[in-house]
Write a protein that binds this ligand. Sequence first.
Ligand SMILES: Cc1cc2nc3c(=O)[nH]c(=O)nc-3n(C[C@H](O)[C@H](O)[C@H](O)COP(=O)(O)O)c2cc1C
Length: 180
Amino acid sequence: MDLYEALAGRRSIRRYTGDPVSEGTLQKLLDAARIAPSWSNKQCWSFIVVREQSRKEKLAASMPDENPCKGAIAGVPVVIVLCADPAASGRPDGKEYYLLDAGLAMQQLMLAAHAEGLGSCWVAWFDEAVAREACRVPEPYRVVAFTPLGVPARQPKPRPRKNLEEIVFSEEWGNTGVPG
Ligand SMILES: Cc1cc2nc3c(=O)[nH]c(=O)nc-3n(C[C@H](O)[C@H](O)[C@H](O)COP(=O)(O)O)c2cc1C
């Protein structure tokens, strides 16, 4: 799949068929995450592959009922839990790059999943203490996010995005007008 096709076609998937994810595909996705860029190439991330039903249910329980992805977690074949060590990344001017590093790696995994015909969905609205306990994640690692992985039951419509005119300035802040 062409990169631009993958970027345009990826959606947050919250309904899955329950069909399995092969070990070979999972390895490819984890490898896509592994090669992501990071602060000073520190690679502060870790990924936990969760297949056990009881553990998936604990992760689902870490999410508030209002989280729209809550219903998907227990029924997917795999959940990937994204962890990171804040001290293993950079913090210039108080900017916590571990979140950026971890996010980039997860996004690579998600785009690769889409290219493989699989769905994913960022889950960051959860009780970290409950998720930490579910996967026995030690301090000082943070549980940054997790995602279900599986075969999408349907392809949702694209969610709206701002126009370039709203988010791009030319040369200086506030100069509207998309270059080119
Ligand atoms: C950092 C982050 C956290 C998110 N957390 C959740 C979440 O907890 N539950 C959920 O259903 N979606 C979550 N999302 C998915 C967004 O709602 C989704 O990306 C956005 O609505 C755009 O839809 P799309 O991904 O289908 O393009 C999260 C996305 C990001 C980037």
